[in-house]
Write a protein that binds this ligand. Structure first.
Ligand SMILES: Cc1cc2nc3c(=O)[nH]c(=O)nc-3n(C[C@H](O)[C@H](O)[C@H](O)COP(=O)(O)OP(=O)(O)OC[C@H]3O[C@@H](n4cnc5c(N)ncnc54)[C@H](O)[C@@H]3O)c2cc1C
Length: 453
């Protein structure tokens, strides 16, 4: 029988380090930046940053997905501000929601005042009765109903979440989605229904890099600054096999096959299904369960537009309507006016696909998004789309069902029992923000024996 073990062939070269970090997204870079020369970071792509990369179409810049930084912890804030200095600028978010009954500010539940009087009244009546008769929700659909009442659900939460999750909301777990839900009290919702809320409330302290000059713009500026502090960063190195028993990780790169040996720690920020499947000794049943963990891929469609910038868009807008493919549009020049030439602007459309389903071609996605952007009235007469691109993030959004938690707990137990720490958004199979993954990574690195011994 043919021996298919990835370890049969000898490596072209060997590298040794105290700590080995798999994946050079924000989590891997943050941990690596603290450990300096003690750590090696291996990353598959040709630029560091993972999701936090910014792409160019000529003079137009697009983050691969919307990225606004909110600090989750003072330690992260201190480190990132020390790293970026004045380049990091306040960017208080201004987001909008388009519904079939009018537009208002996001989050809609705190900004009902923007909607017509009869819609507000119906929302409030349903909301009060939902709160008077609370039920323990069994699934995500019931959770939304019990939190917001039927009218607000039918106006926003149901159509928006159906577009986002692309599967029945009743098949999703009632827990796990809290990152995506602001749940104010009835009194707060009533206040927001009666008068516009003062600015500076919900998640008001957003930040965005706006370099005065330099060769890069967008949130990737943060990834690049962190990467600059990593002692040994190996790009274009795809991890192909992991043997925790011999503390060896094999990679393939344009230079050939390399075996990386670690003497102390291994941190994996690779998606949980990937790292489990690469691990020698992983039980076949666990590999299979991880492979089947449900998730959605994000297709980000970037359009570069020549023509006047639309007014009063906010940084991003959510769309509930079924006849446009995107869940939201992101206006890049609202984050940094220099992300497009003065006579143009860039829009990033977020389109979701279940990862297990078919993948639309880039051409058809661009055509659908172009139609949608025109349909929602954003293109002034005479405007021209002068460039387009599609960036795919898979996994993008992990999906929680009742079975998910058990599988991820089992996978985490398996990895840690073999001396590998899973970390990061997809390493832990959660919904971490940039700040949260950096917080976890800095904390992990600070505790590493490589620093403390
Ligand atoms: C649509 C969307 C919008 C978001 N908006 C925000 C926001 O506004 N604000 C915010 O704070 N956060 C936001 N986030 C979350 C934020 O992007 C993540 O928390 C963060 O980027 C995760 O970093 P990470 O290092 O954990 O993962 P990743 O960036 O996925 O890094 C993992 C790295 O591992 C590498 N890798 C994978 N397989 C291999 C392999 N076999 N060999 C070698 N390398 C490999 C990948 O190339 C990647 O670089 C958003 C996320 C999404 C999807």
């Amino acid at each position: 029988m043919l021996n298919t073990s990835p370890w049969v062939a000898r490596a072209d070269r060997e590298v040794e380090s105290e700590v080995l970090i798999l994946g050079g997204g924000l989590a891997g870079l943050a941990a690596g930046s603290l450990l300096g020369h003690r750590a090696t970071v291996v990353e598959a792509q040709e630029r560091p940053g993972g999701l936090v990369r910014t792409e160019r179409i000529g003079d137009y810049w697009f983050d691969r997905v919307i990225h606004l930084l909110y600090f989750s912890h003072p330690d992260v804030e201190n480190r990132v501000r020390a790293l970026l200095g004045d380049v990091l600028q306040p960017c208080p978010p201004d987001a909008r929601v388009e519904t079939a009954r009018g537009a208002t500010r996001f989050p809609v539940q705190l900004n009902l005042n923007g909607l017509p009087a009869e819609v507000r009244a119906a929302c409030l009546e349903d909301l009060r009765s939902a709160h008077e008769r609370p039920v323990a929700p069994d699934n995500y659909e019931e959770l939304l109903l019990s939190a917001f009442g039927r009218t607000l659900c039918e106006l926003f939460f149901f159509p928006y979440n159906r577009k986002l999750w692309r599967r029945p909301l009743s098949s999703l777990s009632a827990s796990g989605f809290h990152w995506n839900l602001t749940r104010p009290s009835v009194a707060e919702i009533e206040r927001g229904a009666n008068a516009p809320r003062p600015t500076g409330g919900y998640n008001a302290r957003g930040w965005y890099p706006r370099p005065a000059r330099g060769d890069w713009r967008g949130m990737e500026v943060l990834s690049r600054a962190l990467a600059g502090r990593v002692g040994d960063l190996r790009l274009r190195h795809v991890v192909t096999a992991v043997d925790p028993n011999t503390r060896t990780v094999r990679t393939r790169s344009p230079e050939g096959v390399t075996d990386f040996h670690y003497t102390r720690d291994c941190l994996s920020t690779l998606p949980l299904p990937t790292i489990v499947s690469l691990c020698a000794q992983a039980p076949a049943a666990l590999v299979e369960e991880c492979r089947d963990l449900p998730r959605n891929r994000v297709r980000s469609v970037a359009l570069a537009v020549r023509g006047p910038r639309p007014r009063d868009t906010g940084h991003w807008r959510y769309y509930t309507r079924e006849d446009v493919p995107f869940t939201r549009l992101v206006f890049m020049t609202e984050f940094d006016p220099d992300m497009a030439p003065a006579d143009g602007w860039g829009v990033l459309a977020e389109v979701l696909e279940p990862s297990e389903g078919p993948r639309a071609s880039d051409e058809s996605l661009v055509a659908d998004v172009r139609r949608g952007v025109a349909e929602v009235g954003l293109l002034a007469p005479g405007s021209r789309i002068v460039g387009s691109s599609v960036y795919t993030s898979d996994p993008g959004y992990v999906v929680f069902t009742d079975a998910t938690r058990e599988t991820t707990a089992e996978a985490t137990r398996f990895l840690t029992s073999r001396g590998i720490t899973p970390l990061g958004r997809y390493g832990t199979w959660t919904y971490s923000s940039m700040s949260q993954v950096m917080e976890e990574a800095f904390a992990w690195a600070a505790e590493s024996p490589a620093l403390t011994a």
